[in-house]
Design a protein around this ligand. Structure first.
Ligand SMILES: Cc1cc2nc3c(=O)[nH]c(=O)nc-3n(C[C@H](O)[C@H](O)[C@H](O)COP(=O)(O)OP(=O)(O)OC[C@H]3O[C@@H](n4cnc5c(N)ncnc54)[C@H](O)[C@@H]3O)c2cc1C
Length: 299
């Protein structure tokens, strides 16, 4: 069985940023990853320092190569299927069994998309969740805003700097009178009725179809997705989870410690407002805190 100081589950923005701190502290660190990042549907990633517009996989590969240049860092390709044990002696099951004194969970979140035919084909291309990630490229288009469980009032106000032709797709979600007033002030059009289909060609949205048969034309669509941890490892370990309007996330303290001693978490998994930079930032913090925990100096 391989033995390391720290095992990091997930080698993307958060996991690689955590691992590099430990490698620079000359600790043995193993990153285990099965290469299924949250942003894999997008052709390019935006807003990440020094790599704006690069392909998501290219950023990950560059980061991983940098960490693996350190002699105490290693990478294992594959999926971790279970973690048992406790602080000082965790055992990870996966492609190979690994023993680790500490664990950093950086396995990300998955987006739960509404079950509307045609929507998934456009995800990350012309259907998006975050205007900072996609808004510049999708600007000045006729744009839809899909209500899923609630009316996305924040997005309705937010998108004003990217388009002045925005249509709210109510999708059967009831609208409060004060919401309707605010949407009118913002100049949004509204389309009642449930969205039953997205018409698209190779990921380029053309229109949505409502349950009465009406077609609403658009060239971009935003929605707020519900997010879930990409793996059930943390919950199986007993890590506390919190629910926010964006989904379910691991609860961590200011040092990225989960509720289970010796287990840290970083990235989308541990915060409700995700971005690649935020994931790298919390990974950096988790790596340093984990190192200090190994030294016994973490308060
Ligand atoms: C379509 C889309 C586009 C986006 N565009 C942008 C953008 O332009 N700019 C931006 O800042 N943010 C963007 N984001 C958000 C960004 O992708 C995330 O904030 C970021 O990827 C989070 O990094 P992470 O390291 O926490 O998780 P991820 O990048 O999701 O990486 C998690 C890693 O863990 C691995 N993993 C999961 N489970 C296991 C397991 N059991 N065993 C082993 N490995 C496992 C996965 O394979 C994956 O490699 C976008 C998101 C989406 C959905």
């Amino acid at each position: 069985m391989q033995k390391v100081d720290v095992a990091v589950v997930g080698a993307s923005f958060a996991g690689v940023s955590a691992a590099i701190m430990l490698a620079r502290a000359r600790r043995s660190v193993l990153v285990i990853d099965d290469g299924v990042t949250r942003n894999r549907f997008a052709h390019s990633s935006h807003g990440f320092l020094g790599m704006d517009g690069a392909a998501p996989a290219a950023i990950r590969e560059k980061g991983l190569a940098e960490v693996l240049a350190y002699p105490t860092a290693r990478h294992m390709a594959g999926r971790v299927t279970g973690i048992t044990g406790q602080r000082g002696a965790f055992v990870l099951q996966g492609p190979e069994e690994v023993q680790a004194e500490r664990v950093i969970l950086a396995f990300g979140q998955r987006d739960v998309l509404p079950d509307i035919p045609g929507l998934a084909e456009c995800w990350g291309q012309t259907v998006a969740q975050c205007p900072y990630c996609h808004g510049y490229e999708l600007a000045d288009r006729t744009t839809g805003l899909l209500a899923v469980d609630a009316i996305p009032m924040h997005h309705a106000a937010h998108l004003q700097d990217w388009t002045d032709d925005l249509v709210l797709l109510e999708n059967g979600v009831p609208l409060m009178p004060e919401e309707a007033e605010k949407l009118e002030r913002l100049g949004l059009r509204r389309a009642a009725g449930r969205v039953v289909r997205v018409h698209q060609s190779e990921g380029a949205i053309e229109a949505v179809e409502l349950d009465g048969g009406t077609r609403v034309e658009m060239r971009a669509l935003y929605l707020v997705t519900w997010q879930e941890p990409a793996s059930d490892l943390a919950e199986a370990l007993g890590c506390e989870v919190e629910e926010t309007p964006m989904g379910r996330h691991l609860k961590v303290d200011d040092h990225q410690r989960t509720s289970v001693p010796g287990v840290f978490a970083a990235g989308d998994l541990a915060r409700p407002f995700p971005s690649a930079t935020q994931a790298a930032s919390t990974g950096n913090r988790a790596g340093a805190a984990c190192h200090q925990d190994l030294l016994g100096i973490l308060e």
